[in-house]
Design a protein around this ligand. Sequence first.
Ligand SMILES: Cc1cc2nc3c(=O)[nH]c(=O)nc-3n(C[C@H](O)[C@H](O)[C@H](O)COP(=O)(O)OP(=O)(O)OC[C@H]3O[C@@H](n4cnc5c(N)ncnc54)[C@H](O)[C@@H]3O)c2cc1C
Length: 381
Amino acid sequence: MVNFELSKKQQEIIEKYRDFTERWIIPNRLKYDESAEFPWEIVKAAYKEGIVNGPIATKFGGNGFNLLEGALASEELGAGCVGIGICIDANTLALTPLLIAANEDQQKKFFGQINEEQGVAAYCLTEPNAGSDVQGIKSTAIQHGDKYILNGHKRFITNGEVASFMTVFAQTNPEKGSRSLTAFIVPAGLPGIEIKPHLEKMGQKASVQNEIIFTDVEVPVENRIGGEGYGFVFAMKTFDRTRTGVAALSVGNARAAYEIAKNWTKTRIQFGKPIAANQAIGFMLADMATEIEAARLMTWYAAWAFDTGQRILSKLSAMSKLYASDMGMKVTTNAVQAMGGDGYSRDFYVEKMMRDAKLCQIYEGTNQIQRLVISKAILKE
Ligand SMILES: Cc1cc2nc3c(=O)[nH]c(=O)nc-3n(C[C@H](O)[C@H](O)[C@H](O)COP(=O)(O)OP(=O)(O)OC[C@H]3O[C@@H](n4cnc5c(N)ncnc54)[C@H](O)[C@@H]3O)c2cc1C
């Protein structure tokens, strides 16, 4: 049997995140879109109200969300501002390798630290020569006694300049290449870490990205996550769990753009009737509403499949991220088009939503890479 009815707890999550979004994110989204600064005031408020660290166990100060609950939360954040939403969700990306493989002591220490500091963490995978091709990572971490000496160059690291610690992927046995990739928790204050000024970019401007150079950084052995050589597996398992979050942010962003376009086209009169009364525009709105619904259902299904252990998640989470972020780009572009000059102006936010949508097709694996993941999975079936 299939039941699409949300439980009381799930509805409460939606209400709580929607209420926070209305009070904190929507009134401030243009300010951060213009300043391109990290929204500390919002992240601190989010901590106070229990909005951050959704999937972290409640005993460590999180909400203990499963993937579906996380998706409900992310859709609401995305409906306010994907850039601010990702400041909260990128924390989840950085902490997920610890959720998957850190021991109890590491979880207690680092989840405890992040909650106590009301801080954020960063996920350091990408390098100048290793973007889509994660196996091309060249950073090294070579063990000397009770320390690993970390050297390398990471790029596009979300939360880089504001992180309390970073989850870093490096080779521990360079001759074995990607099979020697290992994950580490690297405190941001260690000597030898250089963080470059943040990237200037098209959208999601509240979220910051930095290049980070590691030169002979001494990382204690007890900061290694799991065994040597498991880094690639942990990185991929992390994306399996976080791509439904990107999908949900995309759905929220598209929903917000659609609502604005719908209301605008119902009231704007040209040729003596509302713009929405023209079939060309009415059909555009119909497609938007349909595709948002389809993307949401696909996202919920992928999350539910993981939560109930029923299906291979890689394929479904890649499908949800691919479909929802492509849908988000299309819907926000059409929202701008349906509203003409007003859509293109800064006054109605849909141009920002269109700029924000683009990045969801790129990070956590581009949509070409999602198609690779999906095609590999379906050809094996
Ligand atoms: C704003 C932002 C935030 C980010 N945050 C983080 C973060 O927090 N941590 C982190 O580690 N990384 C982060 N990234 C990196 C992001 O995950 C990569 O940008 C992404 O995986 C693509 O890598 P690339 O940019 O090097 O593109 P490339 O790998 O150079 O790809 C360029 C183009 O080629 C296509 N392509 C590549 N290989 C194939 C193939 N085999 N078949 C078909 N097409 C292919 C790609 O789809 C893309 O269109 C972020 C990036 C951005 C822009």
